[in-house]
Design a protein around this ligand. Structure first.
Ligand code: HEM
Length: 184
């Protein structure tokens, strides 16, 4: 999705949040989150394209394991490339497009059971902070959108933003985002 459309999306999110949450309610509450499926879809789409831990954490095979026709030998170190899974064209339609709508009518979640979207990992070493991160991300993003208007530093146009990523244990924007909050 072109970046100027992402700003339209931001306006849409604000509109939806205002529609759902009563105007006189000052603070977005956890009980409001179930009424904001589009917000959830935006967060899932962000995790799909920009997983904070692009290779999860290193794992090690305890014994030889056969999987999908391959043998993973005992003691092999395993890095799970969730960044690549999120952009796999055999799994995702238009994988490089930022399209939150793709999550609206499907039952794909990041709870570790849907292997096409596992930003928190899966299985017994799944991130124990998932429930906290899930709540905080929704509450913080909804509050930031609702309480402020935003503009880019130096009147930069959204389409001129440098979206390249810097890989490491965690994934960062190569050029950090600087956005200016304007109190509404
Ligand atoms: C957006 C937020 C977060 C993301 C995307 C994330 C992602 C991950 C990932 C991918 C792993 C490795 C899973 C694996 O090895 O397969 C992990 C492990 C872990 N995370 Fe998170 N995490 C987040 C927030 C948190 C928070 C808020 C906490 C604590 C309050 C936390 C605590 C941990 C711990 C302790 C582990 C190690 C678990 C183990 O190895 O058994 N994480 N996380």
């Amino acid at each position: 999705m072109p970046l100027n459309l992402i700003f339209d999306l931001y306006r849409n999110l604000l509109y939806i949040i205002e529609e759902v949450i009563r105007k006189d309610d000052m603070i977005i509450k956890e009980s409001d989150l179930g009424k904001l499926p589009y917000l959830g879809a935006v967060i899932k789409e962000t995790f799909r394209l920009h997983p904070p831990a692009p290779l999860l954490l290193p794992h090690k095979a305890l014994c030889d394991v056969g999987i999908g026709g391959f043998v993973v030998p005992k003691d092999a170190q395993i890095l799970c490339n969730v960044w690549a899974i999120g952009r796999d064209p055999t799994v995702w339609f238009n994988p490089h497009e930022f399209m939150p709508e793709r999550f609206l009518d499907v039952d794909i979640d990041y709870n570790g059971l849907d292997f096409e979207l596992i930003p928190f990992g899966s299985g017994r070493r799944i991130c124990p902070g998932l429930p906290l991160a899930h709540r905080m991300l929704h509450l913080m993003l909804a509050s930031l959108i609702r309480k402020f208007d935003w503009e880019l530093e130096g009147k930069m146009r959204p389409e001129d933003m440098d979206m390249t990523e810097r890989f490491g244990l965690t994934l960062h924007k190569n050029v950090p985002l600087v956005a200016i909050p304007i109190k509404i």
